[in-house]
Design a binder for this molecule. Structure first.
Ligand code: AGP
Length: 596
Protein backbone atom coordinates (compact mmCIF):
# COMPACT_ATOMS: atom_id res chain seq x y z
CA UNK A 1 0.00 0.00 0.00
CA UNK A 2 1.00 3.60 -0.32
CA UNK A 3 -0.31 7.11 -0.74
CA UNK A 4 -0.03 9.08 -3.98
CA UNK A 5 -0.40 12.86 -4.25
CA UNK A 6 0.46 15.06 -7.22
CA UNK A 7 -0.39 18.20 -9.17
CA UNK A 8 -0.23 19.64 -12.65
CA UNK A 9 -0.71 23.42 -12.74
CA UNK A 10 -0.56 26.12 -15.38
CA UNK A 11 1.64 28.32 -13.17
CA UNK A 12 4.73 26.98 -11.44
CA UNK A 13 4.31 26.30 -7.72
CA UNK A 14 6.33 25.03 -4.80
CA UNK A 15 7.09 21.32 -5.10
CA UNK A 16 7.05 21.17 -1.30
CA UNK A 17 3.25 21.74 -1.41
CA UNK A 18 3.06 18.02 -2.14
CA UNK A 19 4.22 17.28 1.41
CA UNK A 20 1.01 18.71 2.85
CA UNK A 21 -1.04 16.24 0.79
CA UNK A 22 1.25 13.34 1.67
CA UNK A 23 0.93 14.07 5.39
CA UNK A 24 -2.78 13.35 5.08
CA UNK A 25 -2.00 10.02 3.47
CA UNK A 26 0.37 8.64 6.12
CA UNK A 27 -2.32 6.17 7.18
CA UNK A 28 -1.59 4.44 3.86
CA UNK A 29 2.12 4.00 4.62
CA UNK A 30 5.03 5.63 6.39
CA UNK A 31 8.16 3.68 5.46
CA UNK A 32 9.53 6.09 2.88
CA UNK A 33 8.76 9.38 1.16
CA UNK A 34 9.60 10.59 -2.33
CA UNK A 35 8.73 13.29 -4.82
CA UNK A 36 9.34 13.49 -8.58
CA UNK A 37 8.86 16.57 -10.74
CA UNK A 38 9.85 18.03 -14.10
CA UNK A 39 12.50 20.75 -13.71
CA UNK A 40 12.83 23.95 -15.78
CA UNK A 41 14.32 21.92 -18.65
CA UNK A 42 11.56 19.35 -18.53
CA UNK A 43 13.91 16.75 -17.04
CA UNK A 44 12.67 14.32 -14.41
CA UNK A 45 14.07 15.08 -10.98
CA UNK A 46 13.60 12.77 -7.97
CA UNK A 47 14.13 13.39 -4.25
CA UNK A 48 13.44 10.43 -1.97
CA UNK A 49 14.34 9.27 1.52
CA UNK A 50 13.43 6.12 3.50
CA UNK A 51 11.72 8.20 6.22
CA UNK A 52 8.23 9.25 7.32
CA UNK A 53 6.73 12.32 5.62
CA UNK A 54 7.32 14.39 8.79
CA UNK A 55 11.07 13.77 8.55
CA UNK A 56 11.32 14.19 4.77
CA UNK A 57 13.39 17.17 3.54
CA UNK A 58 13.79 18.68 0.07
CA UNK A 59 17.38 19.87 -0.42
CA UNK A 60 16.12 23.19 -1.85
CA UNK A 61 12.98 25.16 -2.61
CA UNK A 62 12.00 23.71 -6.01
CA UNK A 63 9.23 25.07 -8.27
CA UNK A 64 7.45 23.10 -10.99
CA UNK A 65 4.28 22.79 -13.04
CA UNK A 66 4.06 19.07 -12.50
CA UNK A 67 5.04 17.01 -9.45
CA UNK A 68 3.98 13.75 -7.83
CA UNK A 69 4.81 12.41 -4.36
CA UNK A 70 4.46 9.13 -2.50
CA UNK A 71 4.36 7.83 1.05
CA UNK A 72 5.28 4.15 1.15
CA UNK A 73 4.10 1.11 3.05
CA UNK A 74 6.89 -1.44 2.72
CA UNK A 75 4.99 -4.57 1.65
CA UNK A 76 7.48 -5.83 -0.97
CA UNK A 77 11.05 -4.95 -0.06
CA UNK A 78 12.55 -3.37 3.04
CA UNK A 79 12.28 0.34 3.81
CA UNK A 80 15.53 1.33 2.09
CA UNK A 81 16.46 4.26 -0.15
CA UNK A 82 16.41 2.00 -3.22
CA UNK A 83 12.92 0.69 -2.47
CA UNK A 84 11.46 4.12 -1.77
CA UNK A 85 9.24 5.45 -4.56
CA UNK A 86 9.54 6.91 -7.18
CA UNK A 87 11.13 3.97 -9.00
CA UNK A 88 12.95 4.73 -12.24
CA UNK A 89 13.67 3.15 -15.63
CA UNK A 90 17.22 2.43 -16.84
CA UNK A 91 17.79 6.02 -18.04
CA UNK A 92 16.06 7.89 -15.19
CA UNK A 93 13.63 9.41 -17.69
CA UNK A 94 10.50 7.68 -16.39
CA UNK A 95 9.36 7.78 -12.77
CA UNK A 96 6.61 5.74 -11.16
CA UNK A 97 4.88 5.81 -7.78
CA UNK A 98 2.34 3.14 -6.89
CA UNK A 99 -0.14 1.85 -4.36
CA UNK A 100 -1.12 -1.82 -3.95
CA UNK A 101 0.48 -5.02 -5.15
CA UNK A 102 1.62 -6.49 -8.44
CA UNK A 103 1.28 -10.24 -8.16
CA UNK A 104 3.34 -11.50 -11.09
CA UNK A 105 6.23 -9.05 -10.86
CA UNK A 106 8.97 -11.67 -10.37
CA UNK A 107 8.38 -13.29 -13.76
CA UNK A 108 8.23 -9.90 -15.47
CA UNK A 109 11.37 -8.70 -13.67
CA UNK A 110 13.33 -11.81 -14.65
CA UNK A 111 12.27 -11.38 -18.25
CA UNK A 112 13.23 -7.68 -18.25
CA UNK A 113 16.57 -8.47 -16.61
CA UNK A 114 17.33 -11.04 -19.27
CA UNK A 115 16.77 -8.28 -21.81
CA UNK A 116 19.38 -6.08 -20.11
CA UNK A 117 17.29 -3.90 -17.81
CA UNK A 118 19.06 -2.86 -14.62
CA UNK A 119 17.04 -3.20 -11.41
CA UNK A 120 18.12 -1.49 -8.21
CA UNK A 121 15.27 -2.27 -5.81
CA UNK A 122 13.50 -5.34 -4.50
CA UNK A 123 10.02 -3.87 -4.99
CA UNK A 124 7.33 -5.14 -7.32
CA UNK A 125 6.72 -1.61 -8.64
CA UNK A 126 10.10 -1.24 -10.33
CA UNK A 127 8.92 -3.42 -13.21
CA UNK A 128 6.56 -0.61 -14.28
CA UNK A 129 9.09 2.07 -15.31
CA UNK A 130 11.12 -0.60 -17.09
CA UNK A 131 8.06 -1.85 -18.99
CA UNK A 132 7.27 1.76 -19.89
CA UNK A 133 10.59 2.09 -21.72
CA UNK A 134 9.18 0.04 -24.61
CA UNK A 135 5.43 -0.04 -24.02
CA UNK A 136 2.62 2.50 -23.74
CA UNK A 137 1.04 3.11 -20.35
CA UNK A 138 -2.09 1.39 -21.61
CA UNK A 139 -0.21 -1.77 -22.70
CA UNK A 140 1.87 -1.79 -19.50
CA UNK A 141 -1.26 -1.74 -17.33
CA UNK A 142 -2.60 -4.64 -19.37
CA UNK A 143 0.56 -6.69 -18.79
CA UNK A 144 0.29 -6.56 -14.98
CA UNK A 145 -1.78 -8.68 -12.63
CA UNK A 146 -2.68 -7.40 -9.18
CA UNK A 147 -4.52 -4.79 -7.20
CA UNK A 148 -2.78 -1.48 -7.76
CA UNK A 149 -2.81 2.13 -8.82
CA UNK A 150 0.20 3.88 -10.31
CA UNK A 151 1.17 7.30 -11.55
CA UNK A 152 3.93 7.82 -14.11
CA UNK A 153 5.84 10.90 -15.23
CA UNK A 154 8.05 11.08 -18.33
CA UNK A 155 10.85 13.59 -18.96
CA UNK A 156 9.74 16.34 -21.36
CA UNK A 157 6.05 15.35 -21.17
CA UNK A 158 3.69 17.64 -19.33
CA UNK A 159 1.24 14.85 -18.61
CA UNK A 160 0.36 12.85 -15.50
CA UNK A 161 -0.50 9.27 -16.38
CA UNK A 162 -2.64 7.66 -13.70
CA UNK A 163 -3.75 4.02 -13.74
CA UNK A 164 -6.47 2.66 -11.43
CA UNK A 165 -6.52 -1.13 -11.29
CA UNK A 166 -8.89 -1.74 -8.38
CA UNK A 167 -7.02 0.64 -6.06
CA UNK A 168 -8.44 4.08 -5.36
CA UNK A 169 -7.49 7.25 -7.21
CA UNK A 170 -9.24 10.59 -7.36
CA UNK A 171 -8.65 13.67 -9.49
CA UNK A 172 -9.03 17.07 -7.88
CA UNK A 173 -10.00 20.12 -9.91
CA UNK A 174 -9.16 23.71 -9.07
CA UNK A 175 -10.35 25.90 -11.94
CA UNK A 176 -9.34 29.15 -10.27
CA UNK A 177 -5.70 28.12 -9.91
CA UNK A 178 -5.82 26.14 -13.16
CA UNK A 179 -4.57 23.00 -11.44
CA UNK A 180 -5.46 19.35 -11.48
CA UNK A 181 -4.48 16.99 -8.67
CA UNK A 182 -4.20 13.25 -8.42
CA UNK A 183 -4.48 11.52 -5.07
CA UNK A 184 -5.21 8.21 -3.34
CA UNK A 185 -8.10 9.78 -1.48
CA UNK A 186 -10.42 12.73 -1.51
CA UNK A 187 -9.75 14.05 1.99
CA UNK A 188 -6.12 14.87 1.16
CA UNK A 189 -7.38 17.37 -1.43
CA UNK A 190 -8.76 19.80 1.12
CA UNK A 191 -7.43 23.34 0.43
CA UNK A 192 -6.10 22.11 -2.91
CA UNK A 193 -9.29 21.41 -4.85
CA UNK A 194 -12.99 21.96 -4.35
CA UNK A 195 -14.26 19.01 -6.33
CA UNK A 196 -12.90 15.60 -7.15
CA UNK A 197 -13.64 13.01 -9.78
CA UNK A 198 -13.54 9.41 -8.63
CA UNK A 199 -11.59 7.27 -11.09
CA UNK A 200 -13.52 4.05 -11.79
CA UNK A 201 -11.85 0.63 -11.59
CA UNK A 202 -9.57 -0.38 -14.48
CA UNK A 203 -9.11 3.08 -15.95
CA UNK A 204 -6.15 4.94 -17.43
CA UNK A 205 -6.37 8.71 -17.04
CA UNK A 206 -4.15 11.22 -18.83
CA UNK A 207 -4.15 14.56 -17.08
CA UNK A 208 -2.70 17.53 -18.94
CA UNK A 209 -3.39 21.25 -18.90
CA UNK A 210 -5.70 20.68 -21.88
CA UNK A 211 -7.95 18.45 -19.79
CA UNK A 212 -8.55 14.88 -18.70
CA UNK A 213 -8.81 11.83 -20.96
CA UNK A 214 -9.84 8.46 -19.57
CA UNK A 215 -10.05 5.01 -21.16
CA UNK A 216 -10.93 1.56 -19.89
CA UNK A 217 -7.80 -0.56 -19.49
CA UNK A 218 -9.32 -3.69 -20.99
CA UNK A 219 -11.49 -2.34 -23.81
CA UNK A 220 -9.66 0.87 -24.67
CA UNK A 221 -13.04 2.60 -24.82
CA UNK A 222 -13.35 6.15 -23.63
CA UNK A 223 -14.62 6.48 -20.04
CA UNK A 224 -16.59 9.43 -18.76
CA UNK A 225 -15.60 10.33 -15.20
CA UNK A 226 -19.08 10.91 -13.90
CA UNK A 227 -18.73 10.43 -10.14
CA UNK A 228 -17.99 13.90 -8.80
CA UNK A 229 -17.70 14.70 -5.05
CA UNK A 230 -17.19 17.87 -3.13
CA UNK A 231 -13.96 17.99 -1.15
CA UNK A 232 -14.80 18.43 2.53
CA UNK A 233 -12.70 20.44 4.99
CA UNK A 234 -10.08 18.60 6.99
CA UNK A 235 -11.37 19.44 10.48
CA UNK A 236 -9.03 20.53 13.22
CA UNK A 237 -6.06 20.83 10.88
CA UNK A 238 -3.42 18.17 11.33
CA UNK A 239 -2.63 17.13 14.91
CA UNK A 240 -4.08 20.40 16.24
CA UNK A 241 -1.62 20.55 19.12
CA UNK A 242 -2.10 16.91 20.26
CA UNK A 243 1.01 14.73 20.51
CA UNK A 244 -0.65 11.96 18.48
CA UNK A 245 -3.52 11.66 16.03
CA UNK A 246 -4.96 8.89 18.20
CA UNK A 247 -5.42 11.21 21.18
CA UNK A 248 -6.86 13.96 18.97
CA UNK A 249 -9.29 11.47 17.47
CA UNK A 250 -10.40 10.17 20.88
CA UNK A 251 -11.11 13.78 21.86
CA UNK A 252 -13.13 14.09 18.63
CA UNK A 253 -15.47 11.21 19.57
CA UNK A 254 -18.19 13.46 21.09
CA UNK A 255 -18.41 15.76 18.04
CA UNK A 256 -18.20 12.81 15.68
CA UNK A 257 -21.24 11.25 17.36
CA UNK A 258 -23.27 14.39 16.71
CA UNK A 259 -22.03 14.57 13.16
CA UNK A 260 -22.98 10.89 12.60
CA UNK A 261 -26.39 11.47 14.06
CA UNK A 262 -27.00 14.47 11.79
CA UNK A 263 -25.72 12.82 8.65
CA UNK A 264 -27.82 9.66 9.01
CA UNK A 265 -30.77 10.72 6.95
CA UNK A 266 -34.16 9.42 7.87
CA UNK A 267 -34.95 8.29 4.33
CA UNK A 268 -31.78 6.15 4.05
CA UNK A 269 -32.28 4.64 7.49
CA UNK A 270 -35.86 3.80 6.51
CA UNK A 271 -34.79 2.35 3.20
CA UNK A 272 -31.97 0.29 4.75
CA UNK A 273 -34.19 -0.96 7.55
CA UNK A 274 -36.87 -2.03 5.08
CA UNK A 275 -34.27 -3.85 3.02
CA UNK A 276 -33.15 -5.69 6.16
CA UNK A 277 -36.69 -6.39 7.25
CA UNK A 278 -37.51 -7.93 3.88
CA UNK A 279 -34.31 -9.99 3.69
CA UNK A 280 -34.30 -13.77 3.36
CA UNK A 281 -31.04 -13.90 5.29
CA UNK A 282 -28.62 -11.26 6.59
CA UNK A 283 -24.85 -11.31 6.86
CA UNK A 284 -22.89 -8.60 8.61
CA UNK A 285 -19.29 -8.44 7.42
CA UNK A 286 -16.23 -6.37 8.34
CA UNK A 287 -12.71 -6.77 9.68
CA UNK A 288 -10.98 -5.89 12.95
CA UNK A 289 -12.67 -2.98 14.67
CA UNK A 290 -15.42 -2.88 12.05
CA UNK A 291 -16.11 -6.56 12.71
CA UNK A 292 -16.47 -5.77 16.41
CA UNK A 293 -18.97 -3.03 15.54
CA UNK A 294 -20.73 -5.63 13.39
CA UNK A 295 -20.97 -8.02 16.35
CA UNK A 296 -22.65 -5.29 18.35
CA UNK A 297 -24.98 -4.67 15.42
CA UNK A 298 -26.11 -8.29 15.50
CA UNK A 299 -27.05 -7.88 19.19
CA UNK A 300 -28.87 -4.64 18.43
CA UNK A 301 -30.73 -6.23 15.51
CA UNK A 302 -31.72 -9.21 17.62
CA UNK A 303 -33.21 -6.91 20.24
CA UNK A 304 -35.21 -5.39 17.41
CA UNK A 305 -36.46 -8.67 16.07
CA UNK A 306 -34.00 -9.63 13.34
CA UNK A 307 -31.46 -12.40 13.20
CA UNK A 308 -28.18 -11.68 11.42
CA UNK A 309 -24.97 -13.69 11.01
CA UNK A 310 -21.72 -11.87 11.68
CA UNK A 311 -18.66 -13.05 9.80
CA UNK A 312 -15.21 -11.65 9.22
CA UNK A 313 -15.11 -10.34 5.66
CA UNK A 314 -11.92 -12.39 5.28
CA UNK A 315 -13.81 -15.63 6.02
CA UNK A 316 -17.05 -14.81 4.27
CA UNK A 317 -16.14 -16.15 0.81
CA UNK A 318 -15.05 -19.53 2.22
CA UNK A 319 -18.23 -20.70 3.85
CA UNK A 320 -21.03 -18.17 3.72
CA UNK A 321 -20.97 -17.22 0.07
CA UNK A 322 -22.76 -20.43 -0.97
CA UNK A 323 -25.81 -19.33 1.01
CA UNK A 324 -26.01 -16.02 -0.77
CA UNK A 325 -28.89 -15.75 -3.23
CA UNK A 326 -31.38 -13.14 -4.36
CA UNK A 327 -32.96 -11.99 -1.11
CA UNK A 328 -29.72 -12.01 0.88
CA UNK A 329 -28.70 -8.71 2.40
CA UNK A 330 -25.10 -7.95 3.29
CA UNK A 331 -24.38 -5.24 5.82
CA UNK A 332 -20.79 -4.39 4.90
CA UNK A 333 -18.87 -2.28 7.42
CA UNK A 334 -15.58 -0.60 6.64
CA UNK A 335 -14.59 2.80 7.93
CA UNK A 336 -12.10 3.25 5.07
CA UNK A 337 -14.44 1.63 2.57
CA UNK A 338 -11.34 0.22 0.85
CA UNK A 339 -10.42 -2.94 2.80
CA UNK A 340 -9.78 -5.75 0.28
CA UNK A 341 -11.65 -8.43 2.23
CA UNK A 342 -14.79 -6.32 2.37
CA UNK A 343 -14.69 -5.19 -1.26
CA UNK A 344 -13.96 -8.71 -2.48
CA UNK A 345 -16.82 -10.22 -0.44
CA UNK A 346 -19.23 -7.49 -1.49
CA UNK A 347 -18.42 -8.01 -5.17
CA UNK A 348 -18.83 -11.79 -4.88
CA UNK A 349 -22.11 -11.44 -2.98
CA UNK A 350 -23.44 -8.99 -5.57
CA UNK A 351 -22.70 -11.44 -8.35
CA UNK A 352 -25.00 -13.89 -6.53
CA UNK A 353 -27.81 -11.35 -6.28
CA UNK A 354 -27.29 -9.93 -2.77
CA UNK A 355 -28.26 -6.39 -1.85
CA UNK A 356 -25.52 -4.40 -0.12
CA UNK A 357 -26.08 -1.99 2.74
CA UNK A 358 -22.72 -0.28 3.25
CA UNK A 359 -21.57 1.53 6.37
CA UNK A 360 -18.49 3.66 5.80
CA UNK A 361 -16.74 6.89 6.72
CA UNK A 362 -15.77 7.69 3.12
CA UNK A 363 -18.43 8.67 0.64
CA UNK A 364 -16.13 8.30 -2.35
CA UNK A 365 -14.83 4.89 -1.24
CA UNK A 366 -15.23 1.72 -3.23
CA UNK A 367 -17.58 0.31 -0.61
CA UNK A 368 -19.84 3.36 -0.99
CA UNK A 369 -19.77 2.93 -4.77
CA UNK A 370 -20.49 -0.82 -4.60
CA UNK A 371 -23.36 -0.47 -2.10
CA UNK A 372 -27.03 -0.35 -3.11
CA UNK A 373 -27.58 1.97 -0.19
CA UNK A 374 -25.03 3.19 2.31
CA UNK A 375 -25.00 4.90 5.66
CA UNK A 376 -22.29 7.55 5.99
CA UNK A 377 -20.84 7.62 9.49
CA UNK A 378 -19.36 11.10 8.89
CA UNK A 379 -16.82 10.91 11.72
CA UNK A 380 -14.32 13.06 9.78
CA UNK A 381 -10.87 11.90 8.67
CA UNK A 382 -9.18 9.42 10.97
CA UNK A 383 -5.42 9.35 10.58
CA UNK A 384 -4.20 7.09 13.38
CA UNK A 385 -4.10 3.44 12.36
CA UNK A 386 -5.87 2.39 15.60
CA UNK A 387 -9.51 3.24 14.90
CA UNK A 388 -11.25 5.27 17.61
CA UNK A 389 -13.91 7.81 16.63
CA UNK A 390 -14.90 5.81 13.56
CA UNK A 391 -15.63 2.84 15.85
CA UNK A 392 -17.93 4.81 18.14
CA UNK A 393 -19.65 6.48 15.18
CA UNK A 394 -20.09 3.15 13.41
CA UNK A 395 -21.70 1.74 16.55
CA UNK A 396 -24.09 4.67 16.59
CA UNK A 397 -24.99 4.29 12.90
CA UNK A 398 -25.73 0.58 13.41
CA UNK A 399 -27.72 1.23 16.56
CA UNK A 400 -29.87 3.81 14.73
CA UNK A 401 -30.36 1.34 11.91
CA UNK A 402 -31.52 -1.31 14.38
CA UNK A 403 -34.04 1.12 15.90
CA UNK A 404 -35.45 1.76 12.44
CA UNK A 405 -35.67 -1.99 11.95
CA UNK A 406 -37.59 -1.99 15.24
CA UNK A 407 -40.18 0.30 13.63
CA UNK A 408 -40.85 -2.45 11.08
CA UNK A 409 -41.00 -5.22 13.68
CA UNK A 410 -43.09 -3.13 16.08
CA UNK A 411 -40.41 -3.29 18.75
CA UNK A 412 -39.83 0.47 18.59
CA UNK A 413 -41.81 3.62 18.14
CA UNK A 414 -40.84 6.93 16.65
CA UNK A 415 -40.53 8.29 20.17
CA UNK A 416 -37.86 5.66 20.99
CA UNK A 417 -35.86 7.05 18.08
CA UNK A 418 -36.30 10.60 19.35
CA UNK A 419 -35.18 9.64 22.85
CA UNK A 420 -32.18 7.76 21.42
CA UNK A 421 -31.17 10.96 19.66
CA UNK A 422 -31.60 12.95 22.85
CA UNK A 423 -29.48 10.42 24.73
CA UNK A 424 -26.77 10.67 22.07
CA UNK A 425 -26.68 14.43 22.54
CA UNK A 426 -26.43 14.06 26.30
CA UNK A 427 -23.70 11.42 26.01
CA UNK A 428 -21.72 13.57 23.61
CA UNK A 429 -21.93 16.51 26.03
CA UNK A 430 -20.88 14.44 29.06
CA UNK A 431 -18.04 12.78 27.14
CA UNK A 432 -16.73 16.19 26.17
CA UNK A 433 -16.81 17.32 29.77
CA UNK A 434 -15.11 14.28 31.27
CA UNK A 435 -12.50 13.75 28.55
CA UNK A 436 -9.65 15.56 30.37
CA UNK A 437 -10.51 13.69 33.58
CA UNK A 438 -10.68 10.39 31.75
CA UNK A 439 -7.30 11.13 30.20
CA UNK A 440 -5.84 11.81 33.63
CA UNK A 441 -7.29 8.65 35.22
CA UNK A 442 -6.16 6.52 32.29
CA UNK A 443 -2.69 8.01 32.64
CA UNK A 444 -2.59 7.19 36.36
CA UNK A 445 -3.59 3.59 35.71
CA UNK A 446 -1.15 3.32 32.81
CA UNK A 447 1.61 4.53 35.10
CA UNK A 448 0.92 1.52 37.35
CA UNK A 449 0.41 -1.14 34.71
CA UNK A 450 2.48 -0.26 31.65
CA UNK A 451 5.13 -2.84 32.48
CA UNK A 452 2.56 -5.63 32.69
CA UNK A 453 2.21 -7.94 29.72
CA UNK A 454 -0.36 -10.41 28.36
CA UNK A 455 -3.69 -8.82 29.22
CA UNK A 456 -7.07 -10.52 29.33
CA UNK A 457 -10.05 -8.28 28.59
CA UNK A 458 -13.39 -9.81 29.55
CA UNK A 459 -17.08 -8.96 29.49
CA UNK A 460 -20.50 -10.37 28.67
CA UNK A 461 -23.61 -9.62 26.67
CA UNK A 462 -23.44 -6.58 24.43
CA UNK A 463 -20.10 -5.62 26.02
CA UNK A 464 -18.35 -8.75 24.75
CA UNK A 465 -17.39 -7.13 21.42
CA UNK A 466 -15.88 -4.33 23.52
CA UNK A 467 -13.63 -6.87 25.23
CA UNK A 468 -12.40 -7.95 21.80
CA UNK A 469 -11.98 -4.34 20.74
CA UNK A 470 -10.15 -3.44 23.96
CA UNK A 471 -7.71 -6.29 23.35
CA UNK A 472 -7.17 -5.15 19.77
CA UNK A 473 -6.43 -1.57 20.90
CA UNK A 474 -3.93 -2.87 23.48
CA UNK A 475 -2.13 -4.75 20.73
CA UNK A 476 -2.12 -1.91 18.21
CA UNK A 477 -1.63 1.17 20.37
CA UNK A 478 0.07 -0.18 23.52
CA UNK A 479 2.15 -2.86 21.82
CA UNK A 480 1.21 -5.54 24.38
CA UNK A 481 -0.30 -8.94 23.86
CA UNK A 482 -3.98 -9.05 24.88
CA UNK A 483 -6.93 -11.36 24.38
CA UNK A 484 -10.66 -10.70 24.63
CA UNK A 485 -13.00 -13.19 26.34
CA UNK A 486 -16.62 -13.74 27.19
CA UNK A 487 -16.56 -13.54 30.98
CA UNK A 488 -17.96 -16.99 31.66
CA UNK A 489 -15.45 -18.53 29.28
CA UNK A 490 -12.62 -17.42 31.53
CA UNK A 491 -13.67 -20.23 33.87
CA UNK A 492 -13.27 -22.81 31.13
CA UNK A 493 -9.53 -22.78 30.78
CA UNK A 494 -8.06 -19.30 30.47
CA UNK A 495 -8.07 -18.64 34.24
CA UNK A 496 -5.44 -21.33 34.65
CA UNK A 497 -2.88 -18.59 33.91
CA UNK A 498 -4.35 -16.24 36.51
CA UNK A 499 -2.09 -17.48 39.30
CA UNK A 500 0.83 -15.69 37.75
CA UNK A 501 -0.56 -12.19 38.45
CA UNK A 502 -2.17 -12.01 35.07
CA UNK A 503 -3.74 -8.59 34.34
CA UNK A 504 -7.45 -8.82 33.57
CA UNK A 505 -9.53 -5.86 32.49
CA UNK A 506 -13.15 -6.51 33.40
CA UNK A 507 -15.80 -4.47 31.64
CA UNK A 508 -18.96 -4.50 33.72
CA UNK A 509 -21.77 -5.94 31.59
CA UNK A 510 -24.93 -3.90 31.20
CA UNK A 511 -27.44 -6.74 31.43
CA UNK A 512 -28.97 -7.27 34.89
CA UNK A 513 -28.79 -11.02 34.34
CA UNK A 514 -25.02 -10.85 33.91
CA UNK A 515 -24.23 -8.98 37.14
CA UNK A 516 -24.01 -12.09 39.29
CA UNK A 517 -21.58 -13.70 36.90
CA UNK A 518 -19.52 -10.51 36.90
CA UNK A 519 -19.00 -10.65 40.68
CA UNK A 520 -18.34 -14.38 40.65
CA UNK A 521 -15.70 -14.22 37.95
CA UNK A 522 -14.16 -11.11 39.46
CA UNK A 523 -13.90 -12.79 42.84
CA UNK A 524 -12.63 -16.01 41.36
CA UNK A 525 -9.93 -14.22 39.40
CA UNK A 526 -8.90 -12.25 42.49
CA UNK A 527 -8.63 -15.45 44.51
CA UNK A 528 -6.39 -16.92 41.84
CA UNK A 529 -4.04 -13.94 42.08
CA UNK A 530 -4.93 -11.98 38.96
CA UNK A 531 -4.33 -8.22 38.82
CA UNK A 532 -7.72 -6.69 38.16
CA UNK A 533 -8.78 -3.49 36.44
CA UNK A 534 -12.51 -2.74 36.34
CA UNK A 535 -14.15 -0.53 33.74
CA UNK A 536 -17.52 0.55 35.07
CA UNK A 537 -19.57 3.64 35.67
CA UNK A 538 -19.15 5.40 38.97
CA UNK A 539 -22.86 4.76 39.75
CA UNK A 540 -22.41 1.02 39.26
CA UNK A 541 -19.65 0.59 41.80
CA UNK A 542 -20.47 -1.71 44.63
CA UNK A 543 -19.14 -1.81 48.12
CA UNK A 544 -16.84 -4.70 48.78
CA UNK A 545 -15.01 -4.47 45.46
CA UNK A 546 -11.61 -3.83 46.97
CA UNK A 547 -8.20 -4.47 45.52
CA UNK A 548 -9.08 -3.32 42.01
CA UNK A 549 -7.83 -0.57 39.78
CA UNK A 550 -10.83 1.26 38.35
CA UNK A 551 -11.45 3.36 35.29
CA UNK A 552 -14.79 5.13 35.53
CA UNK A 553 -17.01 5.66 32.53
CA UNK A 554 -20.13 7.72 31.94
CA UNK A 555 -23.41 6.04 32.67
CA UNK A 556 -25.86 6.30 29.80
CA UNK A 557 -28.69 4.14 28.47
CA UNK A 558 -27.83 0.48 28.03
CA UNK A 559 -27.60 0.58 24.22
CA UNK A 560 -25.14 3.47 24.29
CA UNK A 561 -22.90 2.07 27.06
CA UNK A 562 -20.59 0.38 24.49
CA UNK A 563 -19.70 3.85 23.18
CA UNK A 564 -18.93 5.12 26.67
CA UNK A 565 -16.77 2.08 27.41
CA UNK A 566 -15.03 2.22 24.02
CA UNK A 567 -13.65 5.67 24.77
CA UNK A 568 -12.23 4.51 28.12
CA UNK A 569 -10.57 1.47 26.55
CA UNK A 570 -9.12 3.60 23.77
CA UNK A 571 -7.74 6.13 26.25
CA UNK A 572 -6.20 3.42 28.44
CA UNK A 573 -4.57 1.69 25.46
CA UNK A 574 -3.30 5.06 24.25
CA UNK A 575 -1.77 5.96 27.62
CA UNK A 576 -0.09 2.57 28.00
CA UNK A 577 1.32 3.05 24.48
CA UNK A 578 2.71 6.45 25.47
CA UNK A 579 4.37 5.02 28.59
CA UNK A 580 5.84 2.21 26.51
CA UNK A 581 7.07 4.70 23.92
CA UNK A 582 5.19 3.03 21.07
CA UNK A 583 4.70 4.51 17.58
CA UNK A 584 1.00 4.81 18.43
CA UNK A 585 -0.36 6.31 15.22
CA UNK A 586 1.60 4.00 12.99
CA UNK A 587 1.97 0.60 14.71
CA UNK A 588 4.66 -1.63 13.15
CA UNK A 589 3.56 -3.62 10.10
CA UNK A 590 0.07 -2.08 9.97
CA UNK A 591 -1.74 0.27 7.62
CA UNK A 592 -5.12 1.89 7.88
CA UNK A 593 -6.80 -0.01 5.07
CA UNK A 594 -5.56 -3.56 4.55
CA UNK A 595 -5.19 -4.28 0.87
CA UNK A 596 -3.86 -7.51 -0.52
C1 AGP B 1 -8.49 -0.93 13.84
O1 AGP B 1 -7.87 -0.27 14.91
C2 AGP B 1 -7.55 -1.66 12.99
N1 AGP B 1 -6.59 -0.78 12.41
C3 AGP B 1 -8.13 -2.65 11.99
O2 AGP B 1 -8.55 -3.76 12.70
C4 AGP B 1 -9.29 -2.13 11.10
O3 AGP B 1 -10.43 -1.93 11.87
C5 AGP B 1 -9.59 -3.17 10.00
O4 AGP B 1 -8.47 -3.35 9.20
C6 AGP B 1 -10.78 -2.77 9.16
O5 AGP B 1 -10.60 -1.52 8.56
P1 AGP B 1 -11.81 -0.81 7.82
O6 AGP B 1 -12.84 -0.48 8.83
O7 AGP B 1 -11.23 0.41 7.19
O8 AGP B 1 -12.33 -1.78 6.81
Amino acid sequence: MGGIFGFICKKQRRVSDIIQGLKRLIYRGYNGTGIMFLDANGELKVVKQPVKVDEFKLDQDYFANIAVGHTRYASRGWPTYENTHPLLDCNSKIGVVADGLIYDYEIIRDDLKSKGHKFVSTTDVEVIPHLLEKNSVFDTANMLKGLFAFVALFSKKNVIYAVQMDQPLVIGINDKEECYYVSSDIQSLNNFAEEALIVPDFTLVEISLDGIKAVNIYTGEQVELREKKRVKPFPGGEKAGFPHYMLKEIYEVPDALISTSLSLMDKYLRLSSMILYGAKNIYIIGNGTSLHAGMLASYYLLQNGLNANVISAAEFPYYALNNVTTGTVIVAISQSGETSDVIRSVKLAKQRGAVIVGVTNYVGSRLALESNVYLPIAAGPEMAVPATKTFTSTILALLELSYYVGLNTNKRTQSDISSLNENVKALSKSLKEIMPRLEKSAEEIAEKIYTWGDFYVASSGIMYPLALEGALKLKEASGVHAEGFQMGELMHGPLTLATKGLPIIFIRPVEDEAQELYYKVLENSKQKGANLIAIESYDDRQKGEEGLLRLSVIKTVKDLMPISVAVALQMLAYKIGVKRNMPIDTPPALVKAVIY
